[in-house]
Design a protein around this ligand. Structure first.
Ligand code: C2O
Ligand code: CU
Ligand code: CU
Length: 496
């Protein structure tokens, strides 16, 4: 039992065999606030899995143009969802360590926007991975991301990061995969990128508006999609291993991935390899997390890929009377959701095992010079307009303020504590973190990551090396409704 597997104290009892959950699994439709139980007729399900267009893939510079606009199809149906270059997810960007990635972002939205390369270890300054950039509706901006030679090869992603519109824009459909190529030969027969997102569309194909309660819990969409498709069919051959690059691009939903009849071979988290593969029955992914898995298809047949219910906690005391209204945010209200079906067919072949040693990153070295505590809190007392306050160290986000000053190239330990009864996925830009322990799990992780779920009324202890890049960036809750409500702070790395 460890953090790579789902936390059993948080996991609700699996109900796969129960008839109610089988029904939920079959429709894959999440019943939400006032929503009818059935899946809308326009939702197309069970099509072969497709992947977004790929841009790049060869060494050298990659120069692309991304237009953010409404009008991307969802689940095979025209909609007013948001997309990059008219698709949701947007095109997959493939680069190599040492490449320069140039992106012209054209804003055809009705709100300001910008672009974040989630997880990349690149400069946060100027036209780099700078979350303070603002691109007005109708305007364009030229980004340049210089990816260092030694950058890990792995699964990353991109999405808008303009405070306070991030939840609306991601939920609307704006996200895409960003793959840094290279890394060991895993001997797999196929590779799939699977970006999981959720969305709720209204009867006119528009993205549903959310109420104050959904903003507080973090909105969860009624349709859970893989690469913008509803319950696609994933073809496989017995014994022929597949590498899956899973990305949790949901605004607030924690995924707990399980494939019927199979074990998952976990090889990388958030773009960083584990030292050796880990066999799991299920893997939990907080919003923003990625997992690279190797799946070795079993005997011919159909196997359901599901996300199990995950209890993110609740809004805390005083909200008891609204318990029923929290249904959308509470995993207790829904059973497992079908993400897709793996269809295994063809002659059986002997399976090739995954290499036993993987290129895990170097963990933070050097003496820990500074220890900090960051406190994530939610308060009813400061409730305004029906919203509670979402703070870090008692403060809401202020882009002008520097909340943490760190010395470039130093190693620090951060204790992220959570006084609320809801789990918050802590995320830091630019500099990956090593999880030393959480209140649920004392085991130090043997690799790095960039999002860690801080348990309700719990904590996470992190070691961070502020290497390579000076400049100012942010850390925040990756329940993006919380980030938009102010649960974000700034960190500046500078010499001396
Ligand atoms: Cu994926 Cu600051 O975000
Ligand atoms: Cu990020
Ligand atoms: Cu949060």
């Amino acid at each position: 039992m460890n953090r790579y597997d789902i936390n059993r104290r948080r996991a609700l009892t699996l109900l796969v065999a129960g008839s109610a959950s089988v029904a939920a699994g079959v429709t894959g439709w999440v019943t939400g606030l006032g929503a009818p139980g059935g899946k809308p007729a326009w939702v197309q399900s069970g099509q072969p899995l497709t992947e977004p267009a790929v841009l790049g893939g060869h060494a050298g510079a990659l120069e692309v143009s991304l237009t953010a606009a409404a009008g991307a199809p969802i689940a095979g149906h025209a909609s007013a969802a948001l997309g990059f270059n008219a698709t949701s997810p947007g095109p997959t960007l493939r680069v190599h360590p040492g490449d320069v990635l140039k992106v012209r972002l054209i804003n055809r939205l009705t709100q300001p926007t910008n672009l974040h390369t989630h997880g990349l270890h690149v400069s946060p300054q100027g036209n780099g991975d700078n979350p303070f950039v603002s691109i007005a509706p109708g305007a364009a901006f030229d980004y340049e991301f210089a990816i260092p030679e030694g950058h890990p090869s792995g699964t990353f992603w991109y999405h808008p990061h303009h405070h306070p519109f991030v939840a609306d824009q991601l939920f609307g459909g704006l996200a895409g995969a960003l793959i840094v190529d290279g890394g060991p030969d895993l001997g797999v027969g196929a590779e799939r990128i699977m970006l999981v997102s959720d969305i709720t569309l209204d009867d006119n194909g528009g993205v549903a508006a959310v109420n104050a309660m959904e903003r507080m819990m973090g909105r969860q969409g009624q349709l859970v999609l893989v690469n913008g498709q509803h319950q696609p069919l994933i073809s496989a051959e017995p014994g022929v291993a597949q590498r899956w690059r899973l990305i949790n691009a949901c605004t607030s939903r924690v995924l707990s991935i399980h494939l019927e009849g199979h074990r998952l071979t976990h090889i990388a988290r958030d773009g960083y390899f584990l030292p050796s593969p880990l066999e799991l029955d299920r893997i939990a992914l907080a919003p923003g997390n990625r997992a690279d898995l190797v799946i070795t298809p079993a005997a011919p047949g159909r196997y359901t890929l599901i996300t199990e219910p995950y209890d993110r906690g609740n809004l805390g005391m005083g909200m008891g009377g609204m318990g029923g209204m929290c249904g959308m945010g509470s995993a207790a209200a829904s059973g497992p959701i079908t993400l897709g079906t793996v269809e295994v067919s063809g002659p059986s072949r002997p399976a090739t095992p995954v290499p036993n040693a993987l290129p895990a990153p170097q963990l933070p070295t050097g003496a820990v010079t500074v220890q900090r505590t960051l406190t994530f809190a939610m308060q009813m007392g400061m409730m305004q307009g029906g919203m509670m306050s979402f703070t870090i160290d008692g403060k809401g986000f202020d882009p002008q303020r520097i909340d943490q000053s760190v010395r470039l190239d130093s190693t620090e330990e951060w204790l992220v504590s959570n006084t609320s009864s809801l789990a918050h996925p802590f995320h830091l830009h630019v500099w990956p973190v090593q999880v030393l322990a959480t209140s649920d799990d004392p085991t130090p992780e043997p690799t790095l990551r960039d999002v860690v779920l801080v348990p309700p009324r719990g904590w996470a202890r992190l070691r961070i090396q502020f290497a390579d890049f000076a400049g100012r960036s942010v850390y925040h809750c990756h329940i993006l409704d919380h980030e938009d409500a102010g649960m974000m702070g700034t960190v500046q790395a500078a010499h001396s």
